[in-house]
Design a protein around this ligand. Structure first.
Ligand code: PEP
Length: 253
């Protein structure tokens, strides 16, 4: 059965003492994470080990990286490899967030290489996809997201694909306070699952967790997550507040 996932994306926010406080506040008020659920905290690289220590022994909550290199090692100043992440016991990495696509020119082809790197090192990629406002307004969102999936994921075998988590994040809803309606989210998630099913078969498609991201908060999480093809959320702004993020975790199916 596919997991229901609440993933926090802290982005480039918080000092280490603020980060420690947030994790401690989160743990102090957290309910038990159920067997079918997973909570992820995608924290800045320098905090991976410290947050991992703070979470020790907390079932169902794991630390994630926000990015990784497409190279294994070598003269790539400033980059962080999947081997480094593995050596810190990090088992999840966000790949292809729209901010990385936009500000760091990450292409679908480069992201395919990062996906390979992660999978070869037993790290679960949380692969982000999603369209900009102009594409949604010209009703080309399915074509656009289909191409992102095709160019970054469809070289994988079914067994590899089953290890990938997908996050649909319409760019027009990220950090804007403008959430996709639960119908819009369900429509796109069903489209993604049907594309995966066409390519890999229904059994494989049904095993993939597809998260929604874009201005998810405590007040709208339950409604969005209740949609049949929405398996939780990737959450930016609201994940920086322990109370909000706990409400989001408690909204998982
Ligand atoms: C994100 O950064 O992945 C995101 C969805 O941000 P926000 O929740 O702030 O829109």
């Amino acid at each position: 059965m596919r997991k229901q996932i609440a993933a926090a994306n802290w982005k480039m926010n918080l000092t280490i003492s603020q980060a420690e406080k947030l994790v401690n506040d989160l743990l102090a008020t957290a309910h038990e994470v159920k067997e079918n659920q997973q909570v992820l905290l995608a924290v800045p690289f320098p905090y991976l080990s410290q947050v991992e220590k703070l979470l020790a022994g907390k079932n169902g909550v794991a630390v994630a990286a926000q990015n990784c290199s497409n190279k294994l090692s070598g003269a790539y100043t400033g980059e962080v490899s999947v081997e480094m992440l593995s050596s810190l016991n990090i088992n999840y990495v966000i790949i292809g967030h729209s901010e990385r696509r936009e500000y760091f020119n990450e292409s679908n082809q480069l992201l395919a290489e990062k996906i390979n790197m992660a999978l070869q090192n037993n790290i679960t990629p949380v692969f982000c996809c999603g369209e900009a406002l102009e594409i949604r307004e010209s009703e080309k969102q399915n074509e656009f997201v289909g191409k992102q999936l095709n160019e970054s994921l469809y070289h994988l075998t079914p067994d590899q694909l089953k290890k990938v988590v997908i996050a649909y994040e319409p760019i027009w809803a990220i950090g804007t306070g403008k959430t996709a309606s639960s119908e819009q989210a369900q429509e796109m998630h069903a489209f993604i699952r049907s594309e995966l099913s066409n390519k890999y078969g229904v059994e494989t498609a049904n095993e993939i967790s597809i998260l929604y991201g874009g201005s998810v908060k405590g007040a709208n999480a339950k409604e969005i997550f209740s949609q049949p093809d929405v398996d939780g959320g990737l959450v930016g702004g609201a994940s920086l507040n322990a109370g909000e993020f706990n409400t989001i975790i408690n909204s998982l199916k």
